[in-house]
Design a protein around this ligand. Structure first.
Ligand SMILES: [Zn+2]
Length: 239
């Protein structure tokens, strides 16, 4: 039977809004904790239905910060399933030992960044900061393409070397979210002047791995405000 005009319009409308609809019914939520003297963003991403959660880049340095996280986990009855690090720079891992000891998890990250754990005390001291608990080695090595599940939603690992050798982003495709660490910021990109950094590699990672994601993907960076892939394609002066 041929379509009436209104049926045709409705079918086109349905197709266009399907991706948006999936995003709207997504139950993935994000809570931001701004941590330590470098104002690093730690994110707790969780599935509201199953209460499964991942903590990403726990930069908790002071006890008050750790208490705030504990309260949030308790109030929302979350089950912490993963302890993820986008990379292992000290401002992103101050709180890993606390999470490991409190919630019985091990760090999931790229082992390409392991030297940042070995040199943690030395690096922190060079920045004039008193080392807190010493971080432990990576417990679960992550690789490009690995997929982690939170309830029915997935987090895909995307290797984005350049800011550090083991830089990794986490992409929640169904919810159009990207946890970008220090690879991509609102209007900026990560620094590449450390020994394992590479400007050319960082630009390549961003161009090939991140700017190819849907434009409405919300980017949650390691410092500063969230942005979107579309806005960075348009306005980021480094890209
Ligand atoms: Zn960093």
């Amino acid at each position: 039977m041929p379509f009436t005009f209104s049926q045709l319009l409705r079918s086109i409308y349905k197709k266009c809004t399907f991706a948006r609809y999936i995003k709207d019914i997504s139950t993935m939520k994000v809570k931001t904790f701004v941590c330590n003297m470098l104002h690093e963003n730690c994110y707790v991403v969780y599935d509201e239905q199953s209460h499964e959660a991942a903590v990403i880049d726990p930069g908790f340095y002071w006890d008050e910060e750790k208490r705030r996280l504990g309260k949030f986990i308790e109030e929302n009855k979350l089950h912490l399933k993963y302890l993820l690090c986008t990379h292992l720079h000290f401002d992103h891992i101050f709180g890993t030992t606390f999470i490991e000891d409190t919630y019985g998890l091990r760090v999931s990250a790229s082992i390409e960044d392991s030297s940042w754990i070995t040199n943690f005390g030395q690096t922190v001291t060079r920045f004039g900061i008193k080392p807190n608990a010493m971080p432990r080695p990576v417990g679960h090595p992550l690789h490009d393409g690995d997929v982690l599940m939170l309830g029915n939603e997935s987090l895909k690992c995307i290797a984005t070397p350049g800011h550090s050798a083991g830089g990794m982003c986490f992409h929640a495709e169904e919810s159009a979210m990207l946890f970008a660490g220090d690879t991509l910021f609102q209007g900026s990109i990560g620094r590449t002047d450390f020994a394992d950094g590479s400007y050319a590699q960082l630009i390549q990672s961003i161009q090939q791995q991140l700017l190819t994601l849907p434009e409405d993907t919300v980017v949650y960076p390691g410092h500063g405000d969230p942005t979107t892939i579309g806005d960075e394609m348009k306005y980021n002066p480094y890209l």
